[in-house]
Design a protein around this ligand. Structure first.
Ligand SMILES: [Zn+2]
Length: 197
């Protein structure tokens, strides 16, 4: 396993994680919409320039997790998105109010890589990150987790098993089981503290 570091640059009670491996800085979850200034400030507080973010991945396309996707691309970030997420990204604007200053995610520009789950290990390996993307529906159909080979799992809003409702408990339980089966040991959630799985 190549060595990497994980730093939280979250704000407004959402966690945004920077995974650094060599020259790659992968941002996991892409900020609140309209709040690029806050993202820049949080990165700076942790000694990271916005322009050092080489890649970004959203666990799902809700406005508190992917709100800055397009603006971050304009700052140089390559967006990694899976086919499962394309529909969610296309309709993200439906959750925004006009005053939110939401900027649509462009899915066919040069800064976007659509990476099928089956190719994710190879793609991530090429940028120096040993891990894989795994579809983990439950909170939303477009929820995808990043699992590093050391067991670190970035799960976004995947519902805590204890909080699943009758209607989604099966799919939530399946997603957690999949993560466990694939070697997840530590949960880096979208909200709240890092915890063992
Ligand atoms: Zn969400």
């Amino acid at each position: 396993m190549a060595s990497h570091t994980i730093v939280n640059v979250g704000y407004r009670s959402t966690n945004f994680w920077v995974v650094t491996a060599g020259r790659t800085r992968l941002l996991v979850d892409l900020g609140w919409m309209g709040m690029l200034g806050a993202m820049r400030a949080e990165l700076q507080r942790k000694g990271i320039a916005l322009t050092e973010i080489t890649h970004g991945f959203a666990t799902h396309y809700h406005l508190d997790h992917a709100g800055l996707a397009q603006e971050l691309k304009a700052s140089g970030m390559v967006l990694i998105i899976t086919p499962e997420q394309l529909a969610g990204a296309a309709v993200m604007r439906q959750h925004a109010k006009p005053q939110d200053h939401h900027i649509d995610v462009v899915l066919d520009d040069a800064k976007t890589r659509v990476v099928p789950l089956a190719s994710s290990r190879a793609f991530l390996g090429d940028i120096g990150i040993d891990g894989v993307l795994i579809h983990t529906p439950g909170h939303s159909d477009d929820s995808v987790s990043l699992l590093l080979d050391d067991g670190s799992a970035f799960t976004g809003d995947l519902t805590h098993p204890g909080f699943a409702t009758e209607e989604d408990e099966d799919v939530v339980a399946r997603s957690w089981q999949t993560l466990r089966d694939r070697g997840a040991k530590t949960v880096y959630p979208g909200h709240g503290s890092v915890r063992p799985l």
